[in-house]
Design a protein around this ligand. Structure first.
Ligand SMILES: NC(=O)c1ccc[n+]([C@@H]2O[C@H](COP(=O)([O-])OP(=O)(O)OC[C@H]3O[C@@H](n4cnc5c(N)ncnc54)[C@H](OP(=O)(O)O)[C@@H]3O)[C@@H](O)[C@H]2O)c1
Length: 256
């Protein structure tokens, strides 16, 4: 018996990085994964690798922009029709762009960051959470929202991202409280620096890498798998008594 046997897991931002690593872990551990993102070719590559490894039908692709409610409603309809409900939702899509200080930040940059990092978590949790809530014969269901170290300690020149990710943590607590009567657990995971598409450009800068090594107790950048393993734990029944928590996976950055 594996951790995700007979479970359906929806993962947003599954075409690369942490979402890709997580989809592979959940599929290897018995789950069926629904890969969500905007770029179908990336999602298909991940799905094909999973199908090859664990079998056809264990990965499906759904193209959606998580900032758009019409895309999310369409996703929820597909899930309802195909599976009836879902067991695991991971709101992982997000990211940070246009680093700048507050005084030079445009309103558009601010709004875009709130949309992709925070509004998306609200929209997807509301729509798919309702589907999960309606089907209360299932036990041990979980939502995991991906926040960030930047939500704990504001990052330099990313005030929009730091604000959104801190809000993701508190939104997760509010959602945990609302969904507890239905035995749906909600937690967040806050990654520190991990090597993914999001960070690859920055990590070509030696000074930046050295600064991370210096400021991280474990003296290195993390991997997508190291973050995904913790998300998988929070999503699995190994964490059956944990709700409303944030799991910080930062290699000890906040210790230094
Ligand atoms: N890597 C780190 O060091 C780090 C640290 C702290 C937090 N995080 C968080 O971890 C999560 C995953 O990031 P990652 O590092 O794995 O980066 P990544 O490889 O860039 O993955 C992010 C994924 O989200 C998808 N996405 C972005 N906007 C979307 C939208 N509007 N609708 C649907 N999908 C969207 C992207 O695919 P498309 O563009 O094709 O849609 C992409 O595959 C993010 O929430 C990020 O903020 C990462």
């Amino acid at each position: 018996m594996s951790r995700f046997d007979h479970k359906v897991a929806v993962i947003t931002g599954a075409g690369s990085g942490i979402g890709e690593a997580l989809a592979k872990i959940i599929a290897r551990d018995g789950g069926t994964v629904v890969l969500v993102g905007r770029t179908e070719s990336k999602l298909e590559n991940v799905a094909n690798a999973i199908r090859e490894e664990v079998g056809e039908g264990r990965a499906i692709v759904h193209r959606a922009d998580v900032t758009k409610s019409e895309d999310i409603e369409a996703l929820t309809s597909v899930l309802q029709e195909r599976y009836g409900s879902v067991d695991v939702l991971v709101n992982n899509a997000g990211g940070s762009s246009n680093k700048t200080n507050i005084f030079e930040m445009s309103e558009d940059d601010w709004v875009k960051s709130q949309d992709v990092n925070l509004k998306s978590v609200f929209l997807v949790s509301k729509s798919i959470g309702q589907l999960m809530k309606n089907n209360d014969d299932q036990k041990d269901r979980a939502i995991v929202n991906v926040a960030s170290l930047s939500g704990h300690k504001a990052g330099a020149h990313i005030p929009h991202y730091s604000a959104a990710k801190a809000a993701v943590m508190n939104f997760s607590r509010a959602l945990a409280y609302e969904l507890a009567p239905y035995q749906i657990r909600v937690n967040s995971v806050s990654p520190g620096f991990a090597r993914t598409d999001l960070t690859s450009a920055g990590l070509t800068n030696d000074r930046f890498v050295k600064a991370i090594e210096k400021n991280t107790a474990l003296s290195r950048v993390g991997t997508a798998d190291e973050i995904a393993n913790v998300i998988a734990f929070a999503a699995s029944s190994e964490a059956s008594y944990m709700t409303g928590s944030d799991l910080l996976v930062d290699g000890g950055w906040l210790l230094t």
